[in-house]
Design a binder for this molecule. Structure first.
Ligand SMILES: C[S@@+](CC[C@H](N)C(=O)[O-])C[C@H]1O[C@@H](n2cnc3c(N)ncnc32)[C@H](O)[C@@H]1O
Length: 281
C-alpha cells in the first residue's frame, strides 16, 4: 500500500477524466460535467490510495486494462453526487401529510394497501423521513399492507442507508428535534435510527436504467434530484417507465429543478399548497 498523497499525484488529466465520464455514463446514465473534475480529484484520489495506487492516473490505467468489475463500480460510485437531507425541501412532505396520504388512505380504505417508492434514495434520509411522517401522522397505516421501498444503484450508499446511522451534521440538516429525540439514539458521535422506523423501509439495489420488473404498481413515487443528472433521452425513457409503474391515480414527486414538461406529456403538473407534483392525465 502506497501512502503518498500530494496535490501533484492526485491531479487528473483530461484524458483520464474523459474515460471516467464515459464509464459513469455507461453504467449510471449520469452525465458528469467538466466542472466536476475537482470532485473527481478529491474522491478518486481517496479511492486510488485505498486501493493501493499512488496516483489517479495509475488507477485509471489499471481500470482501462481490466474487464468491468468491483473497482470500476467503486470508481463510479465515488463520482456520483449523493447529496440529500431529512425532509429535503419540506413542501413535498407537507403535501404528503396534508393532502396526498389522506386522499389515498380514503381511496384505498377497502383494500388497505399502499405502495410508496423512494427511487434514488441515497443514504436513506428521504425514505426514513416518509416513514417518520407515516408513524407520526397516519399510525393507522401501520396496520395496513404498507410497502415503503427505497432504492439506489449504489451498493455502497445503500449499505449506509440500511444501517441508518448519521453524523451530527446530517442530523442537523432538516430533522426536527422532536423527531430526533423520538426516533434516534445517540451512539458514540453518531445517531442511530430506531428499529421500528428502520424496519418500515425495504431497501433494494435498482439501477434506474435497468429493468424495473420487480416493482409493484406504486401509489406514490419520490424520484427526486436524480433526473437532473441525466440527458434528455434518458429522462424520457425513465419517465416512460414511471408511467407504467405509477397507478393511474398515483402521485409522482420530482426534485425542485426537475419537470416532466417537454419530456412526457402523459403527466400533468398539480400544485398542492407550495409543492408541485405530477399525475397521469
Ligand atoms: C442527489 S441524490 C438524491 C437523493 C434523494 N432522492 C434526494 O432528493 O435527496 C442522487 C442519488 O441518485 C443515485 N443514482 C444516480 N444514478 C442512478 C441510477 N442510474 N439508478 C439509481 N440511482 C441512481 C445516486 O447514487 C444518488 O444516491
Amino acid at each position: 500500500m502506497v501512502n503518498v498523497c500530494n496535490k501533484q499525484t492526485m491531479n487528473i488529466s483530461s484524458l483520464d477524466f474523459g474515460y471516467l465520464r464515459k464509464l459513469v455514463r455507461q453504467h449510471s446514465a449520469i452525465v458528469l460535467n467538466a466542472d466536476k473534475e475537482y470532485l473527481a480529484e478529491l474522491h478518486l484520489g481517496k479511492l486510488a490510495l485505498s486501493a493501493g495506487f499512488d496516483s489517479i492516473s495509475s488507477l485509471v490505467a489499471y481500470l482501462q486494462t481490466q474487464p468491468f468489475g468491483d473497482l470500476h463500480f467503486r470508481a463510479i460510485e465515488s463520482l456520483v453526487t449523493t447529496e440529500t437531507s431529512f425532509f429535503r425541501d419540506i413542501y413535498p412532505f407537507e403535501a404528503l401529510k396534508n393532502f396526498v396520504l389522506p386522499e389515498l388512505i380514503d381511496r384505498r380504505k377497502n383494500e388497505r394497501s399502499l405502495n410508496i417508492w423512494s427511487a434514488a434514495c441515497s443514504s436513506g434520509q428521504e425514505p426514513y423521513s416518509i416513514a417518520m411522517l407515516v408513524r407520526e401522522q397516519f399510525p393507522t397505516l401501520l396496520n395496513w399492507n404498507l410497502r415503503l421501498i427505497a432504492s439506489d444503484f449504489s451498493g455502497q450508499i445503500l449499505a449506509r442507508a440500511r444501517q441508518g446511522r448519521y453524523t451530527q451534521l446530517e442530523i442537523n440538516r432538516g430533522l426536527p428535534e422532536n423527531l430526533r429525540d423520538r426516533y434516534f439514539q445517540q451512539q458514540d458521535n453518531q445517531w442511530q435510527i430506531v428499529p421500528n422506523i428502520r424496519q418500515m423501509v425495504e431497501f433494494r439495489q435498482i439501477n434506474l436504467i435497468d429493468s424495473w420488473s420487480s416493482l409493484l404498481p406504486m401509489d406514490i413515487i419520490f424520484l427526486r434530484n436524480v433526473l437532473i443528472y441525466f440527458d434528455t433521452e434518458t429522462k424520457k425513457t425513465i419517465l416512460a417507465k414511471v408511467r407504467r409503474v405509477l397507478k393511474p391515480d398515483g402521485y409522482l414527486f420530482l426534485g425542485g429543478g426537475e419537470t416532466t414538461l417537454n419530456l412526457d406529456d402523459a403527466f400533468k403538473r398539480v400544485h398542492i399548497e407550495k409543492s408541485v407534483c405530477h399525475r397521469l392525465i
